[in-house]
Design a protein. Sequence first.
Length: 145
Amino acid sequence: MLARMARSPRKSPARRSPCPIAGALDLLGDKWTLLVVRDLFAGKKRYGEFADSMEHIPTNLLADRLKRLEDAGIVASSAYQDNPPRHEYRLTPTGEALRPVMQELVNWGRRHLPGTMVRAEATGNAADSPFLPGWIKLPRRPGRP
C-alpha cells in the first residue's frame, strides 16, 4: 500500500468566535460530515463505500468532506491503487477522539427523535452499529445465542 505524503493542515479560516462549540460546528456541523465520520467508525474505508451509504451523499460533497476531514487531521488516506488513483481512508487519533461525541449523538437521537434506529436494530446484528447503546436490546436471531 502506498502511503500518501502527510499534509500540513491548511490554514483555518478566521473563527467566528473563540467558542469551542462554534469551532467544532465550523468543521463538523454541516449535514454530511458526521455521516462520513459515522461510516468510518462503521469500518467503511473506500470512496464507493461512503457513496453507497443510505443517505446517498452527492459525490462532489463526499470528495469535499473527505478532503476537509483530511486537512483537519481527523482522517488520513493512503493509496491502494495508482492507475487510476484510489485511496482508503481511516480515522486518525484526533478522529477517534470523536467516538464519545458520536455515541452521545446516537443516544440522544435514539431517545428523543421518534422513529430513529441504529442499523443493528434493522439487521439484528450488533456488529452493524459501532454506537449501539447498551440499553437497546436486539431481538435474538435464529441460530444465535
